[in-house]
Write a protein that binds this ligand. Structure first.
Ligand code: KIV
Length: 266
């Protein structure tokens, strides 16, 4: 894919309504290489790494330093795709100043934009980060960092008040200067209405077909876990593929078939 041009925020904005935007998570150098070679448009260094990489029960356990560590690893792959650093729980809620300071750290680590969860209540954070020259992706709907208030990881937008809030949040984020919005686990018709109302692209996960793009967690699409969210399609069975490779290696070591002649370097 050497003919590819570096993807910029301006390119993502231009794709709205013309080309579907493909976003996927990556948390390390080799995965960033794979997804970039596959030609995705945006790489999200998601705080989902807390759960899919670090084995935590929620995203609450991952802090700014860990997110920066993984962002640096992804940035070392020098992807064509736009790198978005996901602001973890606690790195933007306390104040707009804290949010700007955290966003600056992401840029120093190699992120080209940051994402934060939440709507109207955080527009001042979004405005200040944008003012500092850092592009922001909003995130509405079922925002995992708020699972305690939502009572779990449930579809959002079931009641008229939830629906109203999600739409108002998306509009408020656009007004504050976000260049794109992730809509997670929300009724498809709501995501469609938001997509039609906004002039910035929407990127959906578990929110149906009518968005400007889609995002999936790498481990879900690769099938690294037996269980994944109901809206995530498995494009590979990496768990069994890798399980088989390691089993064959163990078997060959135990039976003396590895290392064979070709691997003995004298
Ligand atoms: O952290 C993450 O992976 C995310 C996506 C699910 C959008 O925020």
């Amino acid at each position: 894919m050497s003919h590819r041009k570096k993807i910029t925020v301006r390119k993502i904005l231009k794709m709205k309504g013309k080309e579907k935007i493909v976003m996927v998570t990556a948390y390390d150098y080799p995965t960033a290489k794979i997804v970039d070679d596959a030609g995705v448009d945006m790489i999200l260094v998601g705080d989902s790494l807390a759960m899919v990489v670090l084995g935590m029960e929620s995203t609450h356990g991952v802090g700014l330093e860990e997110m920066l560590h993984h962002t640096r690893a992804v940035a070392r792959a020098k992807p064509y795709a736009l790198i978005v650093g996901d602001m973890p729980f606690g790195s933007y809620e306390p104040s707009p100043r804290k949010a700007v300071e955290s966003a600056i750290e992401f840029v120093r680590a190699g992120a080209e934009a940051v994402k934060l969860e939440g709507g109207s209540e955080y527009v001042d954070r979004v405005r200040e980060i944008v003012k500092a020259g850092i592009p922001v992706v909003g995130h509405v709907g079922m925002t995992p960092q708020r699972y305690l208030s939502f009572g779990g990881y449930k579809l959002r937008g079931k009641t008229p008040s939830e629906e109203k809030k999600i739409i108002e949040d998306a509009l408020a984020l656009e007004g504050a200067g976000a260049f794109s919005i992730v809509i997670e686990f929300t009724r498809e018709d709501i995501a469609r209405r938001i997509t039609e109302k906004l002039s910035i692209p929407t990127i959906c996960i578990g929110a149906g077909r009518y968005c400007d793009g889609q995002v999936l967690v790498f481990h879900d699409l690769a099938g690294l876990y037996k269980e994944s969210p109901p809206f995530a399609k498995k494009y590979a069975d990496a768990y069994n593929y890798l399980l088989d490779a390691v089993k064959r290696y163990a078997e060959e070591v135990r039976t003396g078939r590895f290392p064979s002649d070709e691997y003995i370097i004298q």
